[in-house]
Write a protein that binds this ligand. Structure first.
Ligand SMILES: Cc1cc2nc3c(=O)[nH]c(=O)nc-3n(C[C@H](O)[C@H](O)[C@H](O)COP(=O)(O)OP(=O)(O)OC[C@H]3O[C@@H](n4cnc5c(N)ncnc54)[C@H](O)[C@@H]3O)c2cc1C
Length: 399
């Protein structure tokens, strides 16, 4: 059994960002990822709003990423309920918003890390505390084990580390999400805007990444008994076209011409906001971050950015407690790490509670067919989130 210092489980957006933030603060960490290579294709693209750019700036990768995507200047909401298409809202955005190809984001974070920092093909099976040393012991599916000084669980919405911390199980929205990319080798004619088409319980979004590539998604009711094979790209395309048969031609065209390799379907999972309010996110020298802590629906487009914020805050609190000075992690005292994790959780809790609650209410508003419930969700949103974009002003602070 090896003895490692800081071990991060999962090389998604949050795991890589956390490794980079720790590296910048002089704390060595190794990332252990179950896949055999970077998971940089699934999900096609991701919208990053001003709060996410602030975190990327701190991580030192924002400039590189700015060159990969155009700035989106406004949001337009098009209502398709009733007979005629109606523009119900147009908002000009001041803050920086861009839609990044996931591949660009993941590859850029990975490239900024020292070589060999990520170990692939390491699927965590279980974690427990060693009864004598109280250090976390990680067991992998190939039968190997390691003893770590510190474990940061960035293993996503179905997190083994979150289960170990006894967090309540995550829940499902009654909605599924299809995502894809459509290429236009000769250029597309869409404005630099985020267009949202709303009809009944279906939401379609379209955002250009650059002049030749467009990201789109479709959130729609999920029928649990649905026998369709949502893993097959052709089934995803045909089923989405069928769902959107009453939508305008410009929406059809996007899906018909989608790059088949980019298509994916996801059931939308969330950690209930009230569970976030009370959950224990760290125990000893084990903590969770990113989706493992606060998986939320995509309705505000904030899950990934919240994971980037986590990375900055976590590395900063560890460095503030002097955990970055020792060679080989020798300054990683149990007491210091526990204190750092408690401070991290304290700083992040209300931020993620509010993001998750706003996301939850927005998702439930989209999915319900009851007029009474719709009114209730609208009232709660107005009451609790009077300025619906205030979450974008959040600044995670300096690394
Ligand atoms: C439809 C949809 C649209 C979205 N749109 C946006 C958006 O526009 N903007 C935004 O900010 N966010 C968005 N999100 C949310 C965003 O995608 C997630 O919040 C983000 O990807 C989470 O990153 P993560 O690193 O925490 O987790 P993940 O991306 O899930 O990464 C977890 C990693 O851990 C690995 N792993 C899991 N289990 C183990 C194990 N046992 N052992 C080893 N490795 C393991 C996985 O292979 C994976 O690489 C969207 C989500 C969905 C579903």
């Amino acid at each position: 059994m090896d003895d490692d210092g800081v071990v991060i489980i999962g090389a998604g957006i949050c795991g890589l960002a956390t490794a980079l933030a720790l590296h910048k603060k002089g704390i060595k960490a190794v990332v252990m990822e179950r896949s055999e290579s970077l998971r940089n294709v699934t999900g096609a693209a991701i919208g990053i709003r001003p709060n996410g750019w602030r975190a990327l700036d701190q991580l030192g990768v924002a400039e590189t990423l700015r060159h990969t995507a155009i700035r989106v200047k406004r949001e337009r909401i098009i209502s398709l309920d009733g007979r005629r298409q109606k523009e119900i809202s147009l908002t000009n955005w001041d803050g920086e918003t861009r839609c990044l190809r996931r591949k660009d984001l993941i590859d850029t974070l990975y490239a900024a890390l020292p070589p060999g920092n990520v170990k692939f093909g390491c699927q965590l099976e279980s974690i427990k505390f060693d009864p004598y040393s109280t250090k976390p012991v990680l067991r992998f599916i190939d039968g190997s084990s390691i003893i770590a000084k510190v474990v940061i669980g960035c293993d996503g919405g179905k997190s083994i580390i979150a289960d170990f911390l006894n967090l309540k199980p995550t829940k499902m929205f009654p909605l599924g999400g299809v995502r894809g990319l459509t290429s236009y080798p000769n250029g597309h004619s869409y404005d630099h805007e985020f267009a949202r088409f709303q009809k009944d319980n279906i939401l379609v979004g379209r955002i250009p990444i650059n002049d030749n590539l467009v990201y789109w998604f479709c959130a729609h009711p999920y029928i649990p008994k649905d026998e369709k094979n949502w893993e097959d790209p052709e089934v995803i395309r045909q089923s989405t076209l069928e769902l959107l048969r009453d939508h305008p031609q410009e929406v059809h065209e996007l899906i018909e011409n989608a790059d088949m390799k980019s298509l994916s379907f996801t059931r939308l999972r969330y950690r209930a906001p009230w569970d976030l309010l009370t959950g224990t996110f760290c125990k000893g020298t084990v903590v969770v971050a990113g989706d493992a802590m606060h998986v939320m629906g995509p309705f505000l487009g904030q899950g990934g950015s919240a994971g980037l914020e986590d990375a900055v805050v976590l590395a900063r609190t560890m460095a503030q407690l002097g955990l970055n000075n020792g060679k080989g992690g020798s300054k990683l005292t149990v007491h210091g790490v526990e204190e750092a994790f408690n401070r991290f959780v304290k700083q992040r809790r209300m931020r993620v509670v509010r993001l998750s609650l706003q996301t939850y209410l927005t998702g439930m508003l989209l999915s319900t067919t009851s007029l009474l419930k719709k009114i209730m969700y609208i009232m709660l949103l107005i009451l609790l989130f009077h300025n619906k974009n205030s979450h974008l002003d959040y600044d995670c602070g300096d690394l």
